[in-house]
Design a protein around this ligand. Sequence first.
Ligand code: ADP
Length: 320
Amino acid sequence: VKKIAVLTSGGDSQGMNAALRAVVRSGLYYGLEVYGIQRGYQGLLENDITQMDLRSVGDIIQRGGTILRSARCEEFKTPEGQQKGADILNQHGIDGLVVIGGDGSYHGANKLSKLGIKTMGLPGTIDNDISFTDYTIGFDTAVSVVVDAVNKLRDTMSSHARSSVVEVMGRHCGDIALHAGLASGAETILVPEVEYNLDEVAARLRENFAKGKRHSIIIVAEGVGRGEDIVCDLKECHASIDARVTVLGHIQRGGAPTPFDRNLASRLGDFAVRSLINGESDKGCGIIKGELVLTDIDKVVNTKKEFDRDLYDLALRLSQ
Ligand code: ADP
């Protein structure tokens, strides 16, 4: 490859900018021309493409969001849209593309690779739901946002001997709930990967108070349902329980990326560029057990990430 482009697509995450910076700087270091595409596949179809230089990605490693902005694009899901995208890239002489996004975005990259563009996918999502990597870019920051919020909730909940139900993001994946739950000492963690029983949750809450705990934290992954519904159900069957809900929402997607996310993004961005130079295409770039790993995109789309049941059991053992 001689000319590569980079875009951010789907839901944004902290660390996308750090990944973008790594792709641009690495590409230039290896003598490539690098182009930035605004607003994901939407911007590609509108030919919103500009050449990037070293300074275009200055002062962004510490910023959340994405300077290229992100979008969802229905037209690109059609074969005509995909062909149009490939034609536009060809007109610019761009033969490699790095897509920073989630599962949906890799589908698009996969289609482009079949039309002759070399593509690499980088895991840019807070959800940690990508099977080709142990950690996605943004996950660590999102977990730290949740832990910070739970610390604050603990202060006020213990003053009133209340339980706190905290609804967190993650779509169908319980990893944010699990990791934030373990790190914040939550008594109960509800995730879509593990079935739960409300009577057991209530019994545990009562036990906790009987043991002398002054508050209880229940983390609910959005894939399980709404935190508000859990509170209503608890109140209905167990009137003595005083629980309040907090929905953290999009603040989990904002803020400065943690050093972990910046370093992950930097390593993966550089890896994507080197992989393109080595002639690889249609791959997801991830880190598994500390090693940089390429995985065929065909193998990753629709593959569910394995849930760490041991970590889940540990969190429950430690929060007795
Ligand atoms: P994420 O990448 O975070 O999973 P989406 O699922 O919304 O987010 O996907 C982002 C974009 O990727 C979509 O708006 C669309 O342009 C493109 N995309 C998603 N699925 C496909 C598909 N099956 N074929 C082609 N492009 C797709």
